[in-house]
Ligand binder design. Sequence first.
Ligand code: GAR
Length: 201
Amino acid sequence: MAKVRTAILISGGGSNMEALIAASRRPDYPAEIVLVVASNHKAGGIAKAKAAGIAAISFDHKAHDREGLERAVNAELEKASIELVCLAGWMRLLSPYLIGQWHNRMINIHPSLLPDFKGLHTHRRALEAGKSEHGCTVHFVRQDVDSGPIIGQAKVPVLPGDTEETLAARVLLEEHKLYPHALELVASGRVRVEGDEIVRA
Ligand code: GAR
């Protein structure tokens, strides 16, 4: 079985990237992580990817305008014959250029139960809203930020005394299980998207 050539885009520590790389080591896992791209040179995930034997490159997003950065990233994706892109803490808004290039071939993880709490500071906002449940979502990327057909979600309880940090840590543990599972579903073809509808085989 040919594995789907997959790239991971990061901006930070890359713990979701690590979870995806770990899962992809399974012989029967349908995706192979062949490239990690970081939006800044300081992203902690770069060294982790290299330590795992995966090609990693970084850009200084401040040196480009938005589309310029995306064109440079896209050239690297094409050079590596990438078929599927996973955003894993890529903290740059995307323009129609990159989203168009990767329509239905780019997925993202977001730390909330979408459509609740799109954007930043999701854990703080879940606490402020008095939610009893919170979680994370993996979805296909569309132009509207943190929207797009949902592949999967994982829920966690919000516990008495939770802080932004304790809640974030509980969600992150679920992200590390959800994202590898969602990538497996997409790369194996068990989940695909028609129009804006998810189709499950
Ligand atoms: C994760 O919690 C991810 O869901 C979030 O950034 C964190 C990255 O952590 N993504 C977003 O907020 C995107 N809107 P990581 O670098 O350790 O995987």
